[in-house]
Design a protein around this ligand. Structure first.
Ligand code: HEM
Length: 528
């Protein structure tokens, strides 16, 4: 490389000389070219035009959700086991196989609703996205800190996000709009009990858990599959903020969580998380009164014991925010051999949405960027062209004229390790639009409330009461009905705050869109 910046520096000054992107040295970076010192300016002024027009394009569209986030890099080290058994019994994914095996990772923590410069002390789920640069290509585990989600069908995602984002006219986040939508969406109750408790404002990124949330599969060498869920547990412990703590922090600093993470890594206080996996057999589990593919549910730990499969250490900060944070791209479709999708209806929608938005947000060749391309595999594709294409993905020794397959004159060939024929499930069923039968929207929401400590329950009730009071009376009543269905104490305390009694709401009955389970029907009958 012989660009101008690499030429010997001026005598006595070892800094590189400024150039433009054509490699031309810049002799004057203070004055543009003009006719005489007072102007007018000339249009052939390449140096000025390149500088200003690049500046005009410095921003790419921010993420439609999770716009504010922060990236760090590190390593994942496997245990080689699931419980006492070799992990190979359940998955052939190479990164998990041997104890001590290390894989590079990039992690992006984020908030969801606010824009790119919004507060990191907001009440909001936190994103917890991990990219593993494995020897079989990349694996992305794109999760959150709250274990569950608002909805269970991807078709509702734009609606839930519109309700949570600012009003399209006033551009303010409006509790009345949020609870209007939530009151008609009973599956969100579990998520709401988490989000409006102190867990909804983690103290910072180092002190929070992470969850894969959706259900995935593992496949072993003989094609046997199991259903799995992932959880990250921080060695630093879990810490949360009350509304008042958060208000104090964001009065002075809207980026306290990124700062905390960056500074911890700078002083070599490297944060760590253990990765646990819960497992169940790959079937419908009719014995459960909830569906294993429903992302509004957690799997009870006493029945599905989480087992340690590895530890992640973050030990390197980003070198450039734009290149590594704004342009990093995660997606639920990015899996490696031995890891697979389940039929979870959110997962399939997510898998389309991530790469779709990234082709628009970053560009069609986003996978050529260093932070997104695999680190340990030579990419070899026949994809060519597109905006910002950078080089060709040629295999070593490939005939450069052959960008198609099959060919007998030197093109790329297919791999041969295929197991889909032995492990692909047989699918039958009527094409339909229907809710899953086992919705069970309230039980885990109620249990979650009961598990909160007293101060957390107090904070939750205050938050619900203050915010729901801003919604229409009909919305307040419907929210109260849902809370009573989840837990009597939650219902009566929020009702007291809103000045609405059980008598006012108990005859509301289920929403038209709702099918209650037998347990829920008897709970409804017993209200009061
Ligand atoms: C980011 C869609 C559900 C976690 C995003 C982005 C989209 C999206 C379009 C922006 C991606 C980008 O610009 O690079 C969806 C859809 C969902 C869904 C359609 C439901 C159907 C979820 C759930 C979780 C989640 C359930 C948590 C388990 C994340 C995270 C990011 C993200 C962590 C940020 C990734 C990053 O840091 O770049 N989502 N999402 N999403 N989503 Fe989702």
């Amino acid at each position: 490389m012989t660009d101008a910046a690499n030429r010997p520096p001026a005598e006595g000054d070892d800094r590189f000389i400024l150039t433009n992107r054509q490699g031309h040295q810049v002799y004057d970076n203070q004055n543009q070219r003009t006719v005489g010192p007072r102007g007018p300016a000339t249009l052939e002024n390449y140096q000025f035009l390149e500088k200003i027009s690049h500046f005009d394009r410095e921003r790419i569209p921010e993420r439609v959700v999770h716009a504010r986030g922060f990236v760090s890099f590190g390593t994942f080290e496997a245990t080689g086991k699931w419980g006492d058994e070799p992990i190979s019994q359940y998955t052939r994914a190479k990164l998990f196989q041997e104890a001590g095996k290390k894989t590079d990772v990039a992690v992006r923590f984020s908030t969801v609703i606010g824009g790119h410069d919004s507060s990191e002390a907001a009440r909001d789920p936190r994103g917890f996205a991990v990219k593993f640069y494995t020897e079989d290509g990349n694996w992305d585990l794109v999760g959150n800190n709250l274990a569950v989600f608002f909805i269970r069908d991807a078709i509702k995602f734009p609606d839930v996000i519109h309700a949570l984002k600012p009003d399209p006219i006033t551009f303010r986040q409006e509790p009345a709009r949020i609870f209007d939508f939530m009151s008609q969406t009973p599956e969100c109750m579990h998520m709401l009990v988490n989000l409006f408790s102190p867990r909804g404002i983690p103290a910072d990124y180092r002190h929070m858990q992470g969850f894969g949330v959706n259900t995935y599969k593992w496949c072993n060498k003989t094609g046997d599959t199991v259903l799995v869920k992932y959880t990250w547990q921080p060695h630093q412990g879990v810490k949360s903020l009350t509304e008042a703590d958060a208000a104090n922090i964001q009065a002075n600093d809207t980026g306290h969580a990124s700062k905390d993470l960056f500074e911890a890594i700078e002083r070599s206080d490297f944060p760590k998380w253990d990765l646990y996996v819960q497992m169940m057999s790959d079937d419908e589990h009719p014995e459960l009164d909830w569906d294993p593919l429903d992302d509004t549910k957690t799997w009870p730990e006493q029945d599905f014991e989480p087992q340690l499969v590895g530890t992640m250490t973050l030990n390197e900060n980003v070198s450039d925010h734009h290149n590594e944070n704004e342009q990093i791209a995660f997606g639920t479709g990015v899996l490696v051999d031995g890891l697979d999708f389940s039929d979870d209806k959110m997962l399939v929608g997510r898998t389309f949405s991530y790469s779709d938005t990234q082709r628009y947000r970053v560009g069609p060749n986003y996978l050529q960027l260093p932070v997104n391309s695999p680190r340990r595999v030579q990419v070899a594709t026949n994809q060519t062209g597109g905006q910002m294409s950078y080089g060709r993905d040629l295999g070593v020794g490939q005939n450069p004229h052959v960008n198609y397959e099959p060919s007998i004159t030197g093109g790329l060939r297919e791999g041969h390790y295929q197991t889909e024929d032995i492990e692909g499930p047989e699918l039958t069923g009527r094409l339909t639009r229907a809710r899953i039968p086992r919705t069970n929207d309230y039980e885990q929401a109620g249990q979650r409330y009961q598990l909160l400590e007293d101060w957390e329950q107090d904070d939750l009730v205050t938050n619900f009461t203050t915010l729901i009071a801003q919604a229409d009376r009909k919305v307040q009543e419907r929210m109260l009905w849902h809370f009573y269905m989840a837990d009597d104490d939650l219902g009566s305390r929020v009702g007291e705050g809103l000045g609405i009694s059980l008598e006012d709401v108990k005859d509301l009955g289920p929403l038209q869109s709702q099918t209650l389970t037998d347990v829920e029907v008897s709970r409804m009958k017993n209200l009061g």
